[in-house]
Write a protein that binds this ligand. Structure first.
Ligand code: NAD
Ligand code: ZN
Length: 350
């Protein structure tokens, strides 16, 4: 089969590799019909994620059709059309039983990033992928849900919802600010309404992204870095500060911005992955009674979000701005990595 293989910092190839095989009785092989590229793949390609070694097939988002099933898999069948969760999880270990799929202990005793596809196990940017713990890591797709919709439920929508909206404890009537209107921030904007946020302020450097944010439900937009950005946010909250500030960029500056605009007693939900250390000014934050949350997505809300997508209550497909075939994988990466020029949100490869 062909797959997108990591060849070391700056090197990737769409190339021939051996087909994956069933290794455990709980495995399933999925023929990938549709996949996409995440900002994390660009980080890996820069060499920022040393845990990913040469030869790894990248990708952790995908939709496909089951071609082979392990002997212990009873709830899935060959031919089923499924969403591949970004994280494989057993569903029954001590961490999974509390919903912390990102820290699944599985039977192999590992945890954390190793369980995300395209990191320590081969990923979805391929014609076929082996999915361990298939019964918990795959979700059957109801008729009527398109691949463009379903592929956003592997990672992007659950990340914005779980790490932004749920961890940020958004409640009815809240004023929510989302810093960073990339795919993850847009997912937080789109799902903040599920818990009744009254005002959703999108903050970004890029006017195209802010325009997209309005399309996903932002009620107000603020250009990040403008001289009076903070005054604009406070003006939108009658001087009080926001109830929830969601950081969806992953740089120290935007984490600080979140702490500067949150009201006393409010919540800062950090979604961004920070490559550099962030200064935490406890001397300022404690007196404001600020709650801070963060973490790796669990993707345990994919089934719930899928129901909303199926009923057209969440327009997941609007994130799919560019389409490519598998043979155009390198072009797809190029388009995605130049998102500021190409206006790409998510590139979809089918
Ligand atoms: P992206 O790079 O596509 O989008 C980031 C957005 O932030 C862009 O629109 C950019 O213009 C904006 N931005 C950059 N600097 C800014 C600034 N100073 N002020 C305001 N906006 C600024 O990224 P994405 O795919 O949307 O992902 C966002 C973050 O979420 C990344 O750090 C990613 O690694 C992280 N992420 C976290 C998890 C998790 O499990 N917690 C999962 C997936 C992605
Ligand atoms: Zn587990």
């Amino acid at each position: 089969m062909k797959a997108l293989v990591y060849g070391g910092p700056g090197i990737k190839a769409w190339t021939e590799v051996p087909n994956p095989r069933l290794e455990n009785s709980t495995d399933v092989i999925v023929q990938v019909d549709t996949t996409t590229i995440c900002g994390t793949d660009l980080h890996i390609l820069k060499g920022d994620v040393p845990a990913v070694t040469v030869g790894r097939i990248l990708g952790h988002e995908g939709v496909g059709t089951i071609t082979e099933i392990g002997s212990a898999v009873t709830s899935l069948a060959v031919g089923d059309r499924v969403i591949i969760s970004c994280i494989k999880s057993c569903g029954h270990c001590v961490n999974c039983s509390t919903g912390l799929y990102s820290h699944c202990l599985g039977d192999e005793g590992a945890s954390g990033i190793g369980w995300v596809f395209g990191h320590l196990i081969d990923g979805t940017q391929a014609e076929f992928v082996r999915v361990p713990y298939a019964e918990n890591s795959l979700h059957k797709i109801p008729a009527g849900v398109t691949d463009d919709q379903a592929v956003m439920l592997s990672d992007i929508l659950p990340t914005g919802f779980e790490m932004g909206v749920q961890y940020g404890r958004v409640k009815p009537g809240d004023v929510v600010a989302v810093i960073g209107a990339g795919p993850v921030g847009l997912a937080a904007i789109a799902t903040a309404g599920l818990y009744g946020a009254a005002t959703i302020i999108a903050i970004d450097l890029d006017e195209n992204r802010l325009e997209a944010a309005r399309g996903f439900g932002a009620t107000d937009v603020v250009i990040s870095g403008s001289a009076d950005w903070k005054e604009q946010v406070f003006a939108l909250t009658d001087g009080a500060g926001v109830d929830v500030a969601i950081e969806a960029v992953g740089v120290p500056q935007t984490f600080s911005m979140a702490t500067e605009i949150v009201r006393p007693g409010g919540n800062v939900a950090n979604v961004g992955v920070h490559g550099k250390s962030v200064e935490l000014h406890l001397e300022d934050l404690w007196i404001q009674n600020i709650n801070i949350s963060m973490g790796l997505v669990n993707a345990n809300t994919t089934p719930m979000l899928l129901k909303l997508v199926a009923k057209n209550k969440l327009a997941a497909e609007k994130l799919a701005t560019h389409h490519f075939s598998f043979d155009q994988f390198i072009e797809a990466y190029d388009t995605f990595s130049r998102a500021a020029e190409t206006k790409a949100l998510k590139v979809v490869i089918s």
